[in-house]
Design a protein around this ligand. Structure first.
Ligand code: HEM
Length: 465
C-alpha cells in the first residue's frame, strides 16, 4: 500500500499557527473558503491544537460510521456548557444524562407529536404573513431573517412549551431579547476557544454571564407560567418537568429542565436561517416558484393548507432539502475516532489509507464542502429542487444528506424543523410575492452555531395584489 498523503492546509505562522486564516467574526465563511481551496480534507492549527476538516461527501460518509467514530464534544460545544451544562447538544458521550434526556424528549419531537402542533404553526405563520402583507407600509423594505427569527421563537415556544410570546408583533427590525441572548452566547462560545483563557476571563466574562442569565431566566419564566396556567397540555414542557426515563426511572433535575429548555430555541434557531435562504433562492429562480405554485394549486387548491397536504407537496419538499443543502444553515458538526478499548494509539486510516490521522484527532465536517461536492452534484452551486425529489433524492449518497447531523447525536428536533420548514415555505410561496431590494444581491453568510444570509432585504405583498 502506498504511504498516506499529507493532509494539506494553509502554511500559518510559527507561533500563532493559522490564526490569520480564520476570521474570528466569520469562522464558517473562512472554512468554506478553505474547503474551496484545499478540497476534500485540510487541516489548520490554532493555539497549538490541530483540527482536521472534512469537506467531501465520501469522507463525510466514512467518518459518520458510528462503529468507528462519534461526536466530538470540544471547542465551542464545551464552552456553551457554561450555559446549558450536560444537556442533549453538549453532553459528553459518557454522560448518563444524555440518554435520560433523549428518552424523555424524543417522543415529544416525533413526527406524530409534531403533526399535532400543525394548527399552532399555522397560527404563527399566518400572523407573520399578515404583518408582511398588511402591517407594513406598501413597498417597505425589511430583513426577512429578523421576522423569521421571531416567528421561529414564537412557534417553538407555543408548540413545545405552550406559551404565546408575542414575538411576531415586535416592531419591524427588532428581535425578542432571547434571540439577542442566544446570539451573544453562541458568538462568545465560538470565540472563546481561540483566545487565551486569561483574556476570556479578563475581558469577555461580563457579556457571557449576562447572556446565560437572560437565557436561563427566560426558561424559568416558562416554567412559572406553566405553574399558573396548567392547561393539562402533555407537551415537551410537561415531559421535561414530569416524565420519567423508562430505562433508568430517573427524572430531570430542576437545573436540567432549564438546560434543555434553553437548548431547544438555540437548536431551533437554525430553521429561520434556512427559510431566509429559501426566499433568496426562490427570488433567483422564478421557474421554481412557478412549479411550486402549480403543485400548491393541484394539492391545496384555493383552500387552506392542511397537515395532510405536507406529505403530498413533493416539489416543495425538494425546495426545502435543496435549501438545506445549499445554505448549509447548520454549517457543520464535530467527529472524533472512538477511543480504542485496549488503549491502542495507532493512527486511524481514512479512505483505505489515502490519509492518516492521529488516534484522537478532532475533525469538523464542513458542510459547505460536502454539500457542494462536484463528485456528487452536477452544477453544485445551482438551486435545483428536482435533484432532491423521489428517486433522484434516494440515489444520493448518505454523506450529502447530513444537514441534521449524524447517528445517535443527529438533530432531535429534525421532525419539528421539517414541519416548520414545510409549513412556512409552502405558505410563503402560496401567499406572498417577494421582491429583492438589491436584484444583484449575492449570498454572503455569517453566523455562529448556524449561518444565515446577511444584509439581505426584500419587500413583500400579498400574492397577486
Ligand atoms: C433547519 C433546522 C435544523 C437544522 C439544520 C439542525 C441541525 C442540527 C445538527 C447538524 C445537529 C448535530 C449537532 C452535532 O452533532 O453537534 C443538531 C443537533 C441538535 N438539534 Fe438541531 N437542527 C435544526 C433544528 C432544530 C430544532 C427545531 C430543534 C429543537 C426543537 C433542534 C434541537 C437540536 C438538539 C437539542 C440537538 C442535539 C441533539 C443531541 O446531541 O442529542 N434542532 N441539529
Amino acid at each position: 500500500m502506498s504511504s498516506p498523503l499529507t493532509i494539506p492546509g494553509p502554511p500559518g505562522l510559527p507561533l500563532l499557527g493559522n490564526i490569520m486564516d480564520v476570521n474570528p467574526s466569520n469562522t464558517w465563511w473562512s472554512l468554506r473558503t478553505l474547503a474551496e481551496k484545499y478540497g476534500e480534507i485540510f487541516k489548520i492549527k490554532v493555539l497549538g491544537h490541530e483540527i482536521v476538516f472534512v469537506a467531501s461527501a465520501a469522507l463525510a460518509e466514512e467518518i459518520c460510521d458510528e462503529t468507528r467514530f462519534r461526536k466530538f464534544v470540544g471547542g465551542p460545544i464545551v464552552e456553551i456548557r457554561y450555559a446549558v451544562h450536560d444537556a442533549l447538544f453538549t453532553a459528553y458521550d459518557h454522560e448518563e444524562s444524555w440518554g435520560i434526556a433523549h428518552r424523555i424528549i424524543a417522543p415529544h419531537l416525533s413526527t406524530e407529536s409534531v403533526a399535532d402542533h400543525f394548527d399552532e404553526l399555522l397560527l404563527c405563520t399566518d400572523e407573520l404573513i399578515a404583518k408582511w402583507t398588511k402591517g407594513l407600509e406598501p413597498g417597505a423594505k425589511f430583513q426577512p431573517l429578523k421576522d423569521l427569527n421571531n416567528l421561529n421563537l414564537e412557534a417553538t415556544m407555543l408548540t413545545l412549551f405552550g406559551k404565546k410570546l408575542g414575538a411576531i408583533k415586535m416592531k419591524e427590525g427588532e428581535e425578542h431579547p432571547m434571540i439577542q441572548a442566544m446570539e451573544d452566547a453562541t458568538s462568545e462560545a465560538m470565540r472563546r476557544p481561540n483566545r487565551p483563557k486569561l483574556l476570556n476571563w479578563l475581558l469577555y466574562n461580563g457579556k457571557w454571564k449576562e447572556a446565560t442569565k437572560t437565557m436561563r431566566a427566560f426558561a424559568v419564566e416558562l416554567i412559572q407560567y406553566r405553574a399558573v396556567h396548567s392547561t393539562g397540555r402533555k407537551d415537551l414542557l410537561w415531559a421535561l418537568m414530569n416524565a420519567t426515563d423508562p430505562e433508568t426511572g430517573k427524572k430531570l433535575t430542576d437545573s436540567q429542565v432549564i438546560d434543555e429548555i434553553v437548548s431547544m430555541p438555540i437548536g431551533s434557531s437554525t430553521a429561520p436561517c434556512s427559510i431566509t435562504a429559501s426566499i433568496l433562492f426562490l427570488l433567483q429562480n422564478p421557474k421554481v416558484v412557478a412549479e411550486a405554485r402549480e403543485e400548491l394549486g393541484r394539492v391545496v387548491g384555493d383552500g387552506a393548507l392542511k397537515q395532510d397536504h405536507i406529505a403530498q407537496l413533493k416539489y416543495i419538499q425538494g425546495i426545502v432539502r435543496e435549501t438545506l443543502r445549499l445554505s448549509c444553515a447548520a454549517p457543520g458538526f464535530n467527529i472524533e475516532p472512538i477511543p480504542s478499548k485496549n488503549g491502542d494509539k495507532s493512527p486511524i486510516l481514512l479512505q483505505g489509507g489515502k490519509y492518516q490521522i492521529a488516534h484522537n484527532q478532532a475533525m469538523i465536517v464542513v458542510l459547505a464542502g460536502v454539500n457542494r461536492d462536484p463528485a456528487v452534484f452536477e452544477e453544485p452551486l445551482k438551486f435545483k429542487p428536482e435533484r432532491m425529489v423521489g428517486d433522484n433524492f434516494s440515489k444520493l449518497p448518505a454523506g450529502v444528506k447530513k444537514w441534521f447531523g449524524n447517528g445517535k447525536r443527529e438533530c432531535i428536533g429534525k421532525h419539528w424543523a421539517w414541519e416548520f420548514l414545510m409549513v412556512v415555505t409552502a405558505k410563503l410561496i402560496k401567499e406572498v410575492d417577494f421582491q429583492a431590494v438589491d436584484e444583484q444581491y449575492v449570498m454572503k453568510q455569517d453566523g455562529w452555531f448556524n449561518v444565515r444570509p446577511i444584509d439581505f432585504y426584500v419587500t413583500a405583498k400579498a400574492r397577486g395584489a
